[in-house]
Design a protein around this ligand. Structure first.
Ligand code: KIV
Length: 275
């Protein structure tokens, strides 16, 4: 469907229901991450449908090697900022490592805190059948949950590698089965990370809820990227699935160098820039 022609959807506040309608209507869903109000506002005003406060903030914002150190308090802090910067997009908070694995009750309580304290519209949890009870508990109580299958970065120490998942039949069937279980438990959408395009297609066609791909091929109902990767702010991370739409690392470096040159050569500030 031509998105521009469907101006109704283009201007309406995005809800979890709207995402399901978009899948039905064949309108692709656009998603990016954000961790602060400044970027959130730019993404929102550019018409992005979903803003994920990913636990990738552990890498991007905090400079860690993995997402594991991110805490619930930090997730709440960043999600509050992103909610303040947005108005149309659906803001989803990523539940950090160990905030939902201990028990469905603890997961439910933590997700409730995130919703109550941040004003976000939904949470995301990594994992398949192990999180099904937690998701059912949340859905029942009115907390919309998004699933995340395929490469799940919080399990890096279990797998020991960030390579693609679902590349053999057994693992592919397991991921498909997990997608069905998550759907039955009540998730409103599922992120599929770094799996073969063919498996992305199979899952997308097998479930009624939207799939959002990151390195999961073109057949998913939507696509997500980490904002700093697609804007070229990160230069040392370039997996095949990242397309760079800008070169902000170079642009910022250039601007900072010119500022420093101007200051050092007494060219800034001028009389017009002074009081
Ligand atoms: O944390 C994150 O940014 C994510 C996306 C990559 C899906 O989970």
């Amino acid at each position: 469907m031509d998105y521009a022609a469907s101006s109704d959807i283009a201007h309406r506040k995005i809800t979890t229901l709207r995402l399901k309608e978009m899948k039905k209507a064949g309108i692709k869903i656009t998603c990016l991450t954000a961790y602060d109000a400044l970027i959130s506002r730019i993404l929102d005003e550019s018409g992005i449908d979903v803003i994920l406060v990913g636990d990738s903030l552990g890498n991007v914002f905090q400079g860690n090697d993995t997402t594991l150190p991110v805490t619930l308090e930090e997730t709440i802090y960043h999600t509050k900022a992103v909610v303040r910067g947005s108005s149309r997009a659906l803001v989803i908070a990523d539940m950090p490592f160990m905030s939902f694995q201990v028990s469905p009750e603890e997961a439910f309580r933590n997700a409730g805190r995130v919703m109550k304290e941040t004003g976000c519209s939904a949470v995301k949890l990594e994992g398949g059948k192990l999180v099904v009870d937690a998701i059912a508990r949340m859905t029942e109580a009115g907390i919309p949950a998004m699933g995340h299958l395929g490469l799940t970065p919080q399990s890096i120490n279990k797998f020991g590698t960030y390579k693609a998942r679902g590349t053999n039949e057994e693992e592919a069937d397991q991921i498909l089965e997990d997608a069905r279980l998550l759907e039955q438990a009540g998730v409103f959408a599922i992120v599929l990370e770094k799996i073969p395009a063919e498996l992305g297609k199979r899952i997308t066609e097998s479930i009624e809820i939207p799939t959002i791909g990151i390195g999961a091929g073109p057949h998913c109902d939507g696509q997500i990227l980490v904002y700093s990767d697609m804007l070229g702010l990160t230069i040392d991370f370039s997996p095949r699935f990242v397309r760079r739409y800008a070169r902000l690392y170079d642009d910022i470096k250039d601007a900072v160098t010119r500022f420093s040159d101007d200051v050092r050569n007494s060219k800034f500030p001028t009389e017009q820039e002074s009081y």
